[in-house]
Design a protein. Structure first.
Length: 313
């Protein structure tokens, strides 16, 4: 009789993800604004939901992600903007009593380097260890018996911004129109080519060939670390067949807004003509005291310019 044990590991990187025996209390992303030479201390609370004690290990990894779906948890400290070597953990392994909450402490020591600029990050992993023995499996002569054990690991992103330093910039990568279950979507990949992490608002302003606004179509908000990229999908299912001009807007916060112009053909050919693509960077005005009125005026003027920009020549 042969016995095979399969261990399935699932990763969780979203706050509130707590169906596992062990969960992280609080947010799964910790952001700190620091200066060279700073020392920051923090705590991660771990909750045991079982009626028996559990073994947990805590360790560091680098973290990179790309628009094509790749997520890379590399050796800590190897990525260009990793802060893993700044972080120390204690303890690295612990026993969680049944039904109790325990603490893992971390310390961030920022190097005293004058050339530090922008965002540095890594990930602290929390992983329950497999039990030393599974429940006895039923034995049958000359048969293979299989057992399953599921492990859940949590990733806590530790993000450090060096004050307000570092550039903000993005690059528009691959873009195309896709169809799924009779619905139409614009798919566009965006790379963070700057030095600070971004959490931009992304939307598409769509206009007919005669300059009529067809509406604003928004994408989900997603963070992008420097050197990483994301894939945004914008639903265009309600837009009738035809040819359109569009402006993809990426509002990266601060004073920076980025845009790219495309010609769209929705219908039989389903394509985005790239030969008319332009990329622009718009500087937002500084926030005045009567911000609401001034911002509304600026926004209306910008919209007017966009409409003029898309008028057919």
């Amino acid at each position: 009789m042969k016995k095979i044990i399969l261990i399935l590991i699932f990763s969780a990187f979203t706050a509130g993800y707590c169906f596992a025996a062990v969960s992280v209390v609080g947010e799964l992303s910790r952001e700190k604004t620091v200066s060279p030479g700073d020392k920051i201390e923090g705590v991660i609370l771990l909750k045991n939901h079982e009626d028996q004690a559990l073994q947990v290990k805590v360790y560091k990894t680098d973290y990179l992600f790309y628009a094509d779906g790749r997520n890379i948890y590399g050796e800590p400290g190897k990525a260009a903007r990793s802060n893993a070597n700044w972080i120390s953990l204690r303890p690295s392994q612990l026993t969680l009593p049944a039904g109790e909450t325990s603490s893992v402490y971390y310390t961030i020591e920022v190097p005293e380097k004058a050339d530090l600029s922008g965002t540095y990050w890594s990930m602290i992993m929390v992983e329950s260890l497999p039990a030393k023995a599974l429940k006895e499996l039923r034995k049958e002569q000359d048969k293979v018996t299989m057992g399953f054990q599921t492990l859940i690991r949590y990733g806590i992103q530790i993000v450090t911004d060096i004050r307000n330093t570092g550039s903000r910039s993005i690059k528009f990568l691959d873009k195309k129109l896709v169809s799924q279950d009779s619905r139409k979507f614009m798919q566009i990949d965006i790379e963070n080519t700057g030095e600070r992490w971004l959490n931009p608002f992304v939307w598409l302003e769509l206009y007919s060939q005669d300059g009529k606004s067809m509406g604003r179509f928004e994408a989900n908000r997603m963070r992008i670390y420097p050197g990483c990229s994301i894939r945004q999908v914008i639903d265009l299912s309600e837009v009738p067949k035809g040819r359109y001009k569009g402006l993809v807007v990426v509002d990266a916060g601060g004073q920076d807004v980025f845009g790219a112009q495309y010609d769209f053909e929705l219908g039989y050919s389903q394509k985005i003509k790239q030969e008319t693509q332009t990329e622009t960077k718009v500087e937002k005005p500084r926030r005045p005291s009567n911000f609401s009125a001034k911002f509304k005026s600026w926004f209306n003027q910008t919209l007017k310019k966009i409409k003029q920009f898309f008028q057919p020549s």
